[in-house]
Design a protein around this ligand. Structure first.
Ligand code: NAD
Length: 472
């Protein structure tokens, strides 16, 4: 682990294995940290905060820029580590590292634009100043599906704002997190500014949450764990940002460019084997084009190459573990029992021993009572349903506790504007299935989260507002 600028074992001296999800084999091991290790990391972050927060934004920006360059200098190596512990195809892993680095680059600059305000006072002898200051020590708890980008999307704005961080990466993907810390060390980020504690999620999490020195928790992961952290954060009234689960609808109107819509569903449903929070979970197609669309989608999905991430032709890798597979399998079985028809895929590919590979699956005749229509599937399964009216499909699309991303394809401007405004989602892609970019606010409505990451919105999450009333 990386605490206070040192590479250390857990206080318990225990470790746990890191498994390659493509074959079930161990690729390494990392320290099994717990409460004591988390406390040591907060000690280091608290100490480093005293100097890091007082540096100028320019000085911090300079170091962040070096971190960005070091990540890119080591892009291939970090991407290989990511593939080995997470399973995604190399092309996607390289894309993730570029995306992850883009947050460091962007916030290296944005830190210089943390502007305060002056407000006209009602008394001639008063001045009202508004300052923005770093919130303090930040705990960043991250998931396995984007082991690099979910870290930099939090840590880069936190550091740019003047905060220091303790990162708790997912137990499935700690090695990528440690590689990023190594790059931070090489870049000259001072000791204690970035700390990584691997190990027991609940024990580390509880310690970070009960420590009143931690002033902010930023989390990406499941809605269930997010709610738990939100409850725990209440005891010390920490600031929180939660990027949680989603259940994205993908709506295709009869006037859409069908080839683009098919390509969009492939990108948004099958990227990372369906394991992204903004992945399409349900597809709604206008009735008049439904059979034509399903045929095109089936043909296109059958061409996708499933395989090991390090093989260059691979487009679809394995699911992260057995639990993930069981959920996908149960969603497919439930859909079939309730009358859904498997158009393609539908099965685990057993030729990959030790890994959980599922062929891209298309299910037609899906109905709203199916599990897959209500729970986040997190796998390469696309249920397709028909609709007839805009108002009807909006109602069905919004009928979920989630509100992260939604997609709509149409060539009609009026339809596009109307649906974009009516969808209760934090991110709406109109004729665009890949909306995640560094400049834009990423985050969810309803049970998909609180707060935004990315853009100038993302740095606000790590700043306190101080009002100074000045009598002269
Ligand atoms: P998860 O909630 O199981 O785990 C996320 C992190 O929380 C991991 O680091 C895990 O170790 C930690 N954790 C688990 N229990 C904890 C506890 N009691 N205390 C403290 N930490 C704890 O989620 P996951 O399976 O790793 O990730 C998949 C989920 O993440 C999906 O629901 C997906 O939609 C969501 N996600 C959301 C976004 C977004 O931006 N909204 C992005 C990526 C993933």
């Amino acid at each position: 682990m990386y605490i206070d600028g040192k590479w250390v074992k857990a206080v318990s001296n225990e470790s746990f294995p890191v498994i390659n999800p493509a074959n079930g084999q161990q690729i390494g091991s990392v320290p099994k940290g717990g409460a004591e290790d988390a406390k040591l990391a907060v000690d280091a972050a608290e100490k480093a905060f005293q100097t890091w927060s007082k540096m100028t934004a320019d000085q911090r920006g300079h170091l962040l820029r070096r971190w960005y360059e070091t990540i890119l200098d080591n892009k291939q190596e970090i991407a290989e580590t990511l593939v080995l512990e997470q399973g995604k195809p190399m092309k996607e892993a390289l894309g993730e590292i570029t995306y992850a680095a883009s947050f460091v680059y962007w916030y290296a600059e944005e830190g210089k634009r943390v502007y305060g305000e002056t407000i006209p006072a009602s008394h001639p002898d008063k001045r009202i100043l508004v300052l923005k200051q770093p919130v303090g020590v930040v705990a960043a708890i991250t998931p396995w599906n984007f082991p690099a980008a979910m870290i930099t999307r939090k840590v880069a704005p936190a550091l740019a704002a003047g905060c220091t961080v303790v990162i708790k990466p997912a137990e499935q993907t700690p090695l990528t997190a440690l590689k990023l810390a190594e790059a931070a060390e090489l870049a000259g980020i001072p000791k204690g500014v970035v700390n990584v504690v691997t190990g027991e999620p609940a024990e580390i999490g509880d310690q970070l949450l009960k420590d009143s020195r931690v002033r902010k928790v930023t989390f990406t992961g499941s809605t269930e764990v997010g709610k738990h952290l939100m409850r725990k954060a209440a005891d010390t009234v920490k600031k929180i940002s939660l990027e949680l689960g989603g259940h994205a609808p993908f709506i295709i109107f009869a006037d859409a460019n069908l080839d683009l819509a098919v390509q969009g569903v492939l990108q948004s449903k099958f990227r990372n084997s369906g394991q992204t929070c903004i992945c399409t979970n349900r597809v709604y197609v206008e009735k008049s084009i439904a059979s034509q669309f399903i045929e095109k989608l089936r043909d296109a999905s059958e061409k996708l190459t499933v395989g090991y991430g390090l093989e260059p032709e691979t487009e679809i890798g394995p699911l992260i573990d057995e639990d993930a597979y069981k959920k996908v399998e149960s969603h497919i079985q439930d859909a079939v029992q309730k009358g859904g028809k498997i158009e393609s895929g539908g099965k685990r590919l057993t030729e990959f021993e030790g890994g959980y590979f599922v062929k891209p699956t298309i299910i037609s005749g899906a109905t709203e009572d199916m599990k897959i229509m209500q729970e986040e599937t997190f796998g390469p399964v696309a249920p397709v349903m028909e609709f007839e009216e805009l108002e009807e499909v909006v109602k069905r699309a919004n009928n979920t506790p989630y509100g992260l991303a939604a997609y709509a394809y149409t060539e009609n401007l009026k339809t596009a504007v109307s649906i974009a405004e009516q969808l209760e989602y934090g991110i709406v892609g109109i004729n665009d299935a890949l909306p995640s970019v560094v400049q834009a606010p990423f985050g969810g409505f309803k049970e998909s989260g609180i707060g935004r990451e990315g853009g100038h919105f993302g740095i606000d999450e790590f700043l306190e507002i101080k009002y100074v009333s000045l009598k002269i």
